[in-house]
Design a protein. Structure first.
Length: 479
């Protein structure tokens, strides 16, 4: 953890402020969000950057993910540990020894040395300046392409060789690269959202997430499948009151609830109940909601282990939400690893509070999912119709169908066929300790996947559909 604290404490630079220049990377106080398609389950698929008007400032700590069984460590954000900006250049300080220099004011055709990493020299060249479109916006866009050479000037093939970034003249960096690990990593990070002007995905904070008011309605689907029984509950919540306790920094929401409870095993039972209650949210426990997605966050209030702040969209209403990824514990030589049979934290959605989750383990499955929301901005999703649900549930529901073959798996390939599964679904492969050793998003009903690297043994394969319902489980033998 000492390295993590060092990243947070890097010198902030001189006190003067910089102005806004054409093709500047990051505008002051503007939220930038970038898609990170290569994100592991310990990272966020959308990562953020928001800087003030200080000329040099630290970014945030993030995990450096090397692999499921590798030594993953605390590092810095995708742009490095510190960003310095002036009218002509952006300096990305990767660590105390490496700084990348981006000349965002360079004219077309100009080439310069961006930096040196070990024996590799990195060069940048402005290859194009012209009109471009992104997130429904139009602006002049500058393209900078990178190349790499050895110390003798010979071309070297690296992950960033031939890769480019794009900078909008008035809005900033709209296509980034994974600068932190130049030149060995060349992930492309297209812009996913910007706050000024408001376009694309946005980064919700505490105030926006808990923006519930009297009259708002939330319909929530909950399910438990375990050794002791299976049950499904549907709740129609209507907010009736909102109170803030300043002394305890707590928000309370009063509600009326009409619930439909269906137990399907060991015996079938259906109950409808009307109740009243309240939710209490102690806001000191939600400090992560006001931080950047992608940040490796340590909650000093709750004294929890480090977890990555993850931003994602709710599939029902396309609402942005945040949660903390799997907890990480420091093991030998500072390696960060996930303990056995744990889940990430619940999701909190913009204007719909939370928490929402879909948890799986060897002991069973449980979920709490938002399926309908109605507030001052309108409505989304499909409201519950209890009469129709009761009429349709006259017999014990069977799990959704899928089949995996060959079993045993004699090569590196596994086939999967599904029927009546809402896509996209998620596949997880558990070992006998409950540790997830493989996961994949399933976009089609039939999939062929490579499981090379999975050691021989007995595994549990689970598929969860787009509505967070379990499609079933199957034992798989790998030989």
């Amino acid at each position: 953890m000492k390295k993590m604290l060092f990243l947070l404490a890097l010198a902030a630079g001189p006190a003067a402020v910089y102005g806004q220049a054409d093709f500047q990377f990051f505008r002051p106080d503007v939220q930038y969000l970038y898609a990170y398609p290569e994100a592991s389950y310990l990272e966020s698929g959308i990562i953020g950057m928001k800087l003030t008007d200080a000329p040099c400032q630290p970014t945030y700590p993030a995990i450096k993910y090397l692999g499921e069984f590798e030594c993953n460590r605390a590092s810095s954000a995708f742009a490095g540990a510190r960003v310095c900006q002036n009218d002509t250049e952006t300096l990305l300080q990767i660590d105390t020894a490496i700084t990348l220099t981006i000349r965002h004011q360079a004219p077309i055709g100009v080439t310069w040395q961006v930096g040196q990493v070990g024996d590799t020299l990195i060069f940048g060249e402005v290859t194009a300046i012209g009109p471009g479109e992104f997130l429904g916006l139009e602006d002049s866009v500058k393209t900078i392409r990178f190349s790499t050479e050895d110390l003798a000037g010979n071309p070297v093939v690296t992950a960033v060789d031939g890769k480019s970034i794009a900078i909008s003249q008035h809005y900033g960096l709209i296509s980034a690269l994974w600068f932190r690990d130049f030149p060995s990593v060349g992930y492309v990070l297209p812009i996913a959202g910007i706050s000024e002007p408001d376009a694309g995905i946005h980064n919700p904070g505490t105030q926006e997430i808990f923006d519930l008011h009297p009259g708002d309605e939330l319909h929530i689907y909950s399910r438990i499948d375990g050794f002791m029984g299976n049950s499904v509950r549907r709740d129609k919540y209507k907010i009736t009151g909102r109170q803030f306790d300043q002394e305890h920094n707590m928000l309370r929401f009063d509600f009326q609830d009409q619930s439909l409870y269906i137990e399907t095993y060991p015996e079938q039972d259906t109950v409808i109940a009307d109740t009243a209650g309240y939710w209490d949210f102690y806001l000191d426990q939600f400090a992560f909601l006001d931080r950047q997605p992608g940040e490796l966050f340590i909650d000093t209030f709750l004294q929890t282990p480090p977890q990555t702040i993850a931003l994602q969209l709710n599939q029902t209403c396309d609402l942005p939400g945040k949660h903390l990824a799997y907890p990480l514990f420091e093991q030998n030589e500072g390696c960060l690893r996930v303990p056995l049979d744990v889940n990430d934290s619940p999701l909190y959605l913009s204007g719909a509070a939370g928490g929402y989750y879909s948890f799986s383990s060897l002991g069973g499955f449980s979920s709490r999912v938002l399926v309908y929301l109605k507030n001052g901005d309108g409505e989304c999703g499909t409201p519950f119709d209890f009469d129709s649900i009761i009429n349709s549930v006259r017999e014990r529901p069977e799990p959704l169908a899928f089949n995996a073959w060959p079993n045993p798996v004699l090569s590196d390939e596994l086939n999967l066929a599904m029927t009546a599964v809402n896509l996209p679904a998620e596949l997880k492969l558990y070992d006998l300790t409950g540790h997830v050793v493989y996961r994949k998003t399933l976009e089609t009903e039939t999939t062929r996947m490579s499981i090379s690297g999975i050691t021989a043994g007995l595994y549990l394969l689970e598929v969860v559909d787009a509505d967070h319902r379990p499609a079933g489980r199957q034992k798989i033998v790998v030989r």
